[in-house]
Design a protein around this ligand. Structure first.
Ligand code: FAD
Length: 405
């Protein structure tokens, strides 16, 4: 018979942090699960060891690009043109998984694949897809998406100031784009500009390094998503051939909105991933950090923080799980995507702030990861449409009144 005294002295193995509390990923087919696992292993072994250094330095880890390409996740969810295909759920889970380790890397990936490649995939002609997508799927060419301008942020639907003027079989682009992720170093920009002839917004594929009049300045001094390089693009009489105008859509702002619907939803997945990463780091810390001679995780008030974080995570996972089903069925509308983005990003601000609090002073040190999640959650709250803009989209859908202006 085992001695009760001896049993009491055995240290109990502590549960490993598990942010998938409701076995959210369990229904994924084995081959898709294997992709998520491959991405997780990569992020944990290759990205985690170096990411804080790059974040502090405000620089992009180009050393990781060759191995990142090998993951084969550029163009995920797109079929043909050298893209790997996969379900919407897989795309969401991969975005969430990357953000679980680092939201700058998920943003870099999201801009290249969800914004730049998807603009061509959804709005390009067959010929344009054949020409541009395969090298982007191999990540030989990296893309960015230029919609926001220095003077036009939330109001892009109401009027861009960047102009496109047709001149024979070329277009002349003039204006500026601000905040454009990947722009300071990437190869291809999708530039959205207002056609001066019909006042409609059209998309253009611009080759950054080979188009005279195209220049980019890196935005300095960011306090969030510091690894992503954001740029201010200036287009000074940039000539683009008509064959680079996205011609497979309607040639209006609806084309832009179609791309943004998917990535807005993608931001909800990212915001969920950030919370998972912050929670795991906080829980591990709570299990190890001793105060008053005990792990702080054994204190009731700390357990309450952890339970609240987990509640937020599960709520966000449930929203994205359902909205991705709607997306899979082609039924996800703008207001539903907006609700997912608004809810998950606002909950992510709460969750990372609780994680930061739990770490005490170490919560403001990048070395413990949580401070990075804490700062990065702020940018995701604002990009792809701010919290207010998402709520205005929801408000219009549920009341029937537009309150944008
Ligand atoms: C890190 C980062 C990466 C980004 N990457 C890209 C990118 O790759 N490509 C790209 O095109 N853009 C990108 N953006 C731009 C982003 O989409 C914009 O920052 C965002 O749309 C908000 O625009 P703004 O910053 O100009 O804020 P503003 O539009 O000036 O808004 C300021 C405030 O006013 C509020 N507001 C505005 N209008 C209303 C209203 N009608 N009612 C109530 N409140 C209102 C907003 O919610 C916000 O709180 C990025 C931004 C960041 C921070």
């Amino acid at each position: 018979m085992a001695s009760p005294t001896k049993d009491l002295k055995q240290p109990k193995p502590l549960p490993a942090p598990n942010p998938d509390f409701y076995e959210f990923a369990a229904d994924l087919p084995a081959e898709e699960l294997a992709i998520v696992k491959k991405v997780r292993d990569y992020l944990e072994t290759k990205v985690q060891p170096v990411i804080n250094k790059y974040w502090v330095e405000d620089s992009f880890p180009f050393e990781l690009l060759p191995s990142f390409k090998e993951l084969g996740i550029a163009g995920l969810g797109m079929n043909g043109y050298g893209c790997p295909g996969g379900s919407h759920l897989l795309v969401g889970l991969v975005g969430m998984e990357i953000a679980r380790t680092d939201a700058s890397i998920s943003t870099f990936w999201g801009v290249h694949t969800g914004l730049a490649m998807n603009s061509i995939y959804l709005n390009g002609t067959e010929e344009q897809k054949q020409k541009w997508l395969p090298s982007m799927a191999r990540m030989e060419k990296i893309g960015c998406f230029g919609l926001t301008e220095p003077l036009v942020g939330s109001g892009t639907g109401g009027g861009l100031t960047t102009t496109a003027k047709r001149d024979g079989d070329t277009w002349v682009l003039n204006g500026q784009k601000r905040w454009i992720g990947n722009a300071p170093w990437c190869d291809i920009s999708i530039i959205w500009a207002r056609d001066v002839a019909d006042n409609q917004v059209k998309g253009f594929i611009v080759e950054n390094k080979a188009t005279p009049g195209f220049s980019v300045e890196k935005i300095q001094n960011k306090i969030a998503l510091k690894v992503v390089q954001n740029g201010q693009i200036t287009l000074d009489n940039c000539r683009v051939p008509d064959e680079n105008r996205l011609q497979g859509g309607q040639g209006t702002f609806r084309d832009t909105a179609r791309v943004l619907r998917g990535t807005r939803h993608g931001s909800a997945w990212e915001a969920t991933g950030i919370q998972m990463g912050a929670y795991e780091n906080a829980l591990k810390y709570a299990q190890e950090r001793l105060q008053f001679g005990k792990p702080i995780g054994s204190f009731q008030l700390i357990q309450e923080l952890l339970a609240k974080m987990l509640g937020n995570i599960v709520a966000c996972q449930c929203i994205v799980a359902r909205s991705v089903q709607l997306e899979e069925e082609g039924k996800l509308n703008d207001a539903q995507a907006a609700l997912a983005k608004a809810f998950c990003t606002s909950k992510s601000r709460e969750t990372v702030s609780m994680a930061r609090e739990l770490l005490g002073g170490n919560g403001i040190l990048v070395d413990y990861n949580v401070a990075r999640f804490f700062a990065d959650a702020e940018a995701i709250y604002s990009y792809e449409g701010t919290f207010q803009m998402q709520n205005l989209i929801i408000g219009k859908a549920i009341t029937g009144f537009s309150a944008f202006v």
